[in-house]
Design a protein around this ligand. Sequence first.
Ligand code: FAD
Ligand code: NAP
Length: 569
Amino acid sequence: MLYKAPTMAIVAAVPLQGESDLSGNSGAIQEFDVLVVGAGFGGLAMLHKLRDELGYRVRVIEAGSGPGGTWYWNRYPGARCDVESLQYSMSFSDELQQEWEWTERFAAQPDILAYAEFAIERLDMAKDIDFGRRATSAVFDEEAGNWTLETDTGESYRARWLVMAAGPLSTPNFPSFPGLENFKGEVYHSGAWPADPVSFMGKRVAQIGTGSSGIQIAPMIAKDADQLYLMQRTASHTVPARNRPLRPGEQEQIKAHYNDYRASWKETIGATLWSSIVPDEKIVAYEKSALEVGEEERRAVFERAWAFGGYALHRSFKDILSIPEASDLVNAFIREKIAEVVKDPKTAELLTPKHYYGVKRVILDTDYYEIFNRPNVTLVDVKSDPIVEMTETGVKTWDGFYEVDMIVLATGFDAMTGSLIRMNIRGRGGRVLGDDWKDGPRTYLGIMATGFPNMFMIGGPQSCSALANVITANEQQADWIAECIAHCDERKIATIETTDEAQDGWVNHVNELADKTIFTKGDSWYLGSNIPGKPRAFLLYAGGFPAYKQHCEAIAAKGYEGFVLSAAG
Ligand code: FAD
Ligand code: NAP
C-alpha cells in the first residue's frame, strides 16, 4: 500500500498540521475500548498489544497520512537512525523481526518508513488506524468515566481508555524569525519535510541549526548546492557514525538469537548496546574511569572508539557522561580530531564544542567536518552575529546579509510535552493538562498525570524515552499499559488515576537523578531551554532503562501502588 506523504513546504511559523485528506464528519460518535493517538512505533506497539494479544477494540488516530511517526515527517536527505538498525526495531512480532531485512548498520529514513509500512501491512493494522486526522481535544467525562476525542476533520470518538502516543519529538520548533513570511524562496523544516524531492542543485541555501538533524542534512546540501551558509548558534558534539552495509552473516547471527540479544540490550542504561554487530570486539573499556588510566591507554581507547564509530566513544569510559573532568578529556580529544580535518583554524575552533560532552545529545554524522573544506560551504556564527530578520531575498544578521534561494530550518522540536500540550486535554473538573504543566510536566512514571484518569502516555515526559532506544522504551510502556488496562477490567475497575503524593515523589526522584548527571549542566531540549518561554525542567528519566523498568514492574506488582483504582458505579 502506498501512503500519501507530506506535500507542503513549510512557509512560515505555522503550526504543524496533518493532511486532512479524509473528509467527512459522520456525525455519530464512534465507540471503542481504547483510543490511541499516534501511529509511530509507540502507537503501533500499543495497537498490537491491545488488539492482537488482549482482544480490545482499538482505534488509532494519526495526523499523518501513513504510519511511522518520526520517519513519516522527517524525510530530509541524510536522515537515519543513530541506534543500529538491528536494535532500533520492533520486538513484539517474531514474523516482523525475522522477515524484515535491514541493509545498513544505521538505516536511512526511507528504509525505516518502509519498515513501518511493512509492519502495518504484515500485521493488518491499517484497518484500525484513521490517518489524516489530528486529534484536537480529549475530554474526560467524570460521570461516565470515559474520554471523548475530537479531530480537525470533525470526527468524534469515545472510549474508556486513552493512550497518548503522540511522540517525544513530533512538534517542530519554528523560531519566530521576523520577516520569514516575506521570504520569496523555499522554506523547509527538517521535521516536516515534503515527500516530493527537494533539489539543492545550483541553489544558495541558508541552513539554520546544527543539532542531530542539521548535522545529517548539511553534507547532503553541501554536495549539490552552489552555496551553503550553515548558521550555527552552538557547536555540537558529533562523532563519525561509520555507517556501512551489513556484512554477510551479521544479520543472521542476531536473528538466530534475537530475543536473547534483546534481553541483554535491555540490561544496558540506554537499552542499546554500543554495537550489536561486533559484540565481542574489545573496542571500549566501559568498566573503567577515564581518570584512572594513563594518557597512553586513554588515547588508545578513544582512538579505537573514534575509528569504530557510532556510540563507541560514549561507552569508552564509565564516567564520560557523569564527571566533568572526564568530559573535558573527551572534549580535548574531539578538538584535536576537528583540527585534523578542518583546514581553516578559525572554522575548526568555531566547530569545537565548548560545553560538556553529553550535555546536549551527542550526534552521529557522516562526513560532517569534511564539508567545511569545500569552497561552497561557509560556517556562520549566529551566536556572536545573531539572525535579525529574514527579508524577501535572504537572511540578515547583525553584521551581514546572506542572499539565498532556500532556507532550511533544522531548529528542532518542542520536545516531550509539545504535542500533549497543544491538544486540548481536559481531565477531572475540566482541568487542562497544559495548565497543570505550566511550570514543567508533572507525571507518575511518565505514564500518567494526576487528574487525568484512564489516560496513559507512551514516550511521555519523565519517562526514559529519548534517553534510551525509543522503540524498546515505547514497547516496555505499551506492555505495562496494556497489562494495567487488563488488570482493571478483570477487577471491574472503572477508573485508575495517580495520587498527588505518588506524582510528587516521582517528580522529585526524576529531578534528583537529573541533578546528578551532566545533562543539567547546560542548555538543551532535554531541559526545554530550546523553546523561548518553556519552563526549565529536565524532561526525561535519567536513571536508565533497567531501573525505570524495575520501578514500573514493582509498582504494578504492588497492586499499582501510587494509583487509585475505583470500582464501577
Ligand atoms: P512518533 O514517531 O513521533 O509518532 C507520534 C505520532 O503521533 C506522529 O505520527 C504524529 O503525527 C502523531 N500525533 C501527534 N499528535 C497528534 C494528534 N494530536 N493527533 C493525531 N496524531 C498526532 N530514537 C532512537 O531511539 N533512535 C534513533 O536513531 C532516533 N532517530 C531519530 C531521528 C529523528 C530525525 C528524530 C526526530 C527522532 C529520532 N529518534 C530516535 C526519536 C524518535 O522520535 C523515536 O525513536 C520514535 O520514532 C518515536 O516513536 P513514537 O511513536 O513515540 O513517536
Ligand atoms: P536540536 O538538537 O534541538 O537542534 C536544533 C538546532 O537549531 C540547534 O543547533 C539550535 O541551536 C538551533 N536553533 C534553534 N533555534 C534557533 C534560533 N532561533 N536561531 C539559531 N539557531 C537555532 O534539534 P534536532 O537536530 O532536530 O534534534 C532533536 C533530537 O531529535 C535529537 O537530539 C535526537 O534525539 C533526535 N534526532 C536524532 C537523529 C539521529 O541521528 N537519529 C537525527 C535527528 C534528530 P542551540 O543548540 O544553540 O539551541
